[in-house]
Design a protein around this ligand. Structure first.
Ligand code: SF4
Length: 390
């Protein structure tokens, strides 16, 4: 996530809740993408340094757990830059110019000069960010799927150009022996079932078995996937896009919640500000007087009820609004309460974290160390594959 300011409820519902769910059963890496922020904000870089720690505090307050996930800052793991450079050698210019967000962003951010090398290449940097951790999945929204696709194509191109290593079979055999006798036997029988009988279920089971082997390195795992399916070794793993089914989070004016529209509620909003901002929200313009019936589907308050209310409250709103049985302030009351109940514990945790910056820095230091050790391992393999390991 780019550090561009304090987070709001749109980030919480659109991204952070999903991260919190993912970390329960995935080994997740979440990072502050400060180099990415520079690609578009190089003339306004104070925002970046101001936002880095605010954003980490917001992540932690929202429930991202450093005991389950690795949290770090991109620019503190230099290996991202090295992989970016090496991938840029093989990234065809046409692929980058065709990325849909490239032209859209240039049009959208017309006030900034984005005719830079860094901006054109940022999907390559993003690919490096993903591939360096051997990621199997990347949680993204619809608009980022093309970037994950580009990452897959770059990985494929890299593996095709540099993926054949000498002594592949011997290295795969010694990796199998690291798995323990029982698991090694299972791996060999699944490999036989796939390679001799074409049993694709065995292939799937074999891949799942490899995913669960904590004592294998990323390189060993990639080798054993290749050994299993009869291909060569993949140096870089092709990731899948994990499409997020997040509810559309409307802002205070009914448009998407976004800082640029000035229609947000922050993750640390006070009870009084939530109350004031919701009370003054526009409603269906047809309800001029309390006695005028309204139409919830034309009201931005109802859009928020769709996120917060249970079925009973929603039907109370629909019926009460259409029959003029309730007033707009009655309608807003349960929404205000639900939002205050959601934000209060986040705000309290954020306040406690802000009071202990040393603790937050320690979490990030440890995350950077862990990320760096994984990234270094990948880079050793990458350099060897290219022939830069002299
Ligand atoms: Fe909107 Fe509720 Fe008022 Fe209807 S009653 S116009 S849904 S705020």
């Amino acid at each position: 996530m780019r550090p561009t300011g304090r987070l709001h409820l749109g980030h919480y519902h659109g991204v952070l809740r999903n991260w919190v769910d993912l970390q329960a059963n995935h080994d997740c890496f979440f990072f502050v993408a400060d180099w990415h922020a520079l690609t578009t904000a190089y003339e306004n870089r104070e925002v970046i340094s101001q936002s880095v720690w605010d954003m980490v505090v917001d992540w932690l307050a929202a429930g991202v757990n450093p005991n389950l996930s690795t949290l770090f800052i991109q620019s503190r793991v230099m290996e991202h830059a090295e992989l970016h450079l090496l991938l840029s050698m093989i990234a065809p210019l046409g692929w980058l110019e065709r990325v849909p967000t490239y032209k859209d962003q240039i049009a959208e951010l017309r006030d900034r000069d984005l005719a830079t090398y860094g901006f054109l290449g940022y999907p390559v940097l993003q690919s490096a960010d993903i591939l360096i951790y051997g990621a199997s999945g990347v949680p993204v929204g619809e608009d980022q799927v093309s970037h994950v696709e580009l990452t897959r194509e770059l990985a494929r191109r890299f593996n095709h150009l540099f993926g054949r290593e000498p002594g592949f079979e011997d290295k795969a055999e010694s990796a199998i022996n690291k798995m323990g006798k029982k698991q090694a036997r299972l791996y060999r029988s699944l490999r036989r079932r796939y390679q001799e009988a074409g049993d694709t279920e065995a292939l799937g089971e074999g891949k799942a078995l490899l995913e669960s082997q904590q004592n294998l390195t990323i390189a060993d795992r990639a080798r054993l996937v290749g050994y299993l399916d009869g291909g060569g070794r993949s140096v870089l793993t092709e990731p899948e896009a994990l499409l997020t089914q997040a509810p559309r989070m409307p802002g205070l004016d009914g448009r998407k919640m976004s800082k640029s529209y000035g229609n947000t509620l922050s993750l640390r909003e006070s009870d009084a500000d939530i109350d004031r901002k919701i009370r003054t929200m526009p409603t269906d313009p047809a309800r001029v007087r309390r006695s005028d019936p309204g139409e919830p589907e034309k009201c931005p308050v109802f859009d928020l009820h769709k996120v917060y209310a249970d079925d009973a409250t929603r039907s109370w709103v629909e019926h009460g609004c259409r029959s003029a049985g309730i007033g707009c302030l009655d309608c807003k009351k349960p929404l205000i309460e639900a939002m205050q109940a959601e934000v209060a514990p986040i705000r309290e945790r954020a306040t406690a974290l802000e009071a202990d910056p040393g603790h937050v820095q320690q979490i990030i230091n440890e995350g950077c160390d862990r990320a760096r050790s994984v990234a270094r391992e990948t880079m050793k393999e990458v350099r060897a594959a290219i022939g830069l390991d002299y």
